[in-house]
Design a protein around this ligand. Sequence first.
Ligand code: SAM
Ligand code: SF4
Length: 343
Amino acid sequence: MNKIDRPSPQNKPAKLVDPFGRAIDYIRVSVTDRCDFRCVYCMAEEMTFLPKSELLSLEELEVVCRNFMRLGTRKIRLTGGEPLVRRNIMHLIRNLGAEVKSGNLDELTITTNGSQLEKKAEELAEAGVRRLNVSLDTLDADKFQLITRWGALDKVLAGMKAARKAGLQIKLNTVALKGVNEDELGDMVAFAGDEGFDMTIIEVMPMGDIGNENRVDQYLPVSVVRTRLEKRFTLTPSDYATAGPARYVEVGETGRRLGFITPMTHNFCESCNRVRITCTGQLYMCLGQDDHADLSRALRGGGEAGLQEAIYEAIGRKPKGHDFVISRREARNVGRMMNVTGG
Ligand code: SAM
Ligand code: SF4
């Protein structure tokens, strides 16, 4: 049964609440599937990207965001692919940032690989962005190149410096990779502390086809990481919670927060009120399941009324939880790629 309230002509549109009573007030929007890196856990080196005609235009992305805002969205995260490589993306960021300035949105945040920050940090801050998630898996330049294939560590570090100078708060996102950065994670926690960044350590998720790389080889349980970090740091469970899926601890030695995202070893679904919109306008109600709604078709065929109806209908189907499985011998997958859905 679809329990969500629908809008009526007399009333303002009802807020979105899913069948399990979770208010949907946070959306993640992938603005492009393209990227200037080729991280081994995210993409194959040879990628075929979507034709432009399949992507939502920047104007359409804005219409989708604004309709979610009418239905109660208070926080928008832009992601990708690499959001800052989409042409004219600053136009969308400025328009949504204006809604933060006028109080219609609580927050506009961006998840980025940091490659463009040196150029764009100041502009982002001026536009109304206050916080960034920057993905950084290693502080070793050679390893950085090994992981990202096409990236350069010094550029990202310079970008983070520029972001800090512009007054942007940074949280590091670090994927724990077996045999690659596992020996470095303690140093990265210390680095985050020195720089004044919170940090989240993420388990590899089985998303999409990544060519010859093997997820089972990459998989390092975050529970193992945490046990190792506890030998060096005093980790005190914190009741701090963001709209994201991380469970946080306070690091006694640095005073910063450290989050763990453990989609494989712990089901973080119960409190999940997040939905994701892909760069092609597909609304996924759960990162780990394939059920989705085609907002692009709804918008292009039925205008904003059709779009809102499609959103209501889809939120009424948001599942209670997901279904990833990764075991020593098996890496079962949801078919789509992280760069299309957005991390
Ligand atoms: N390009 C931007 C970046 O790297 O921050 C934004 C998009 S990226 C898909 C978002 C986040 O997803 C990054 O922190 C990345 O490390 C993470 N990610 C990508 N593929 C992943 C996977 N298979 N498992 C876990 N995290 C993944
Ligand atoms: Fe690009 Fe981010 Fe995927 Fe790396 S994780 S390939 S930076 S989209």
